[in-house]
Design a protein around this ligand. Structure first.
Ligand SMILES: [Zn+2]
Length: 129
């Protein structure tokens, strides 16, 4: 199965092939800042499963990770590991925003206080074991 998505303005389009490795919501401070959002909900894929078209820019938010966004509209689409292995794809970027549902919350020690988690999903203080 191939699922498609893109940024707000449409300049960047992507395809994700197959099923994700996992689907998680990250509450870490780094994701909050990078996404300008209380948390980052993403599906993790191998980079080889992803095809990206259009002009993107990137910013290294940590030693391991680049945040990849549309050069025109600024929509943040990917958290791209620089080691070439995997990339997190923003669930909000998929054309079908209901395509995936997260199964875990991670880095909840850095969660914003007013975010109340009552969905019954497992919560991990930092990265899952
Ligand atoms: Zn755009």
């Amino acid at each position: 199965m191939i699922r498609e998505g893109g940024c707000l303005c449409g300049a960047v389009r992507f395809k994700a092939e197959g099923e994700p490795i996992n689907v998680r919501i990250c509450h870490c401070r780094n994701c909050q800042k990078a996404m300008g959002s209380p948390f980052f909900a993403r599906a993790l894929f191998t980079q080889s499963a992803l095809t990206v078209e259009g002009e993107t820019a990137r910013y290294p938010s940590s030693g391991a990770l680049d945040r990849v966004f549309c050069k025109t509209c600024g929509t943040r689409l990917f958290a791209w590991r620089r080691d070439g292995t995997r990339a997190g794809v923003a669930l909000a970027g998929f054309d079908d925003r209901h395509a995936f549902a997260p199964t875990d919350h991670i880095w909840v020690t850095e969660k914003m206080n007013w975010v109340k988690l009552d969905d019954g999903l497992p919560q991990y203080p930092q990265a899952p074991p």
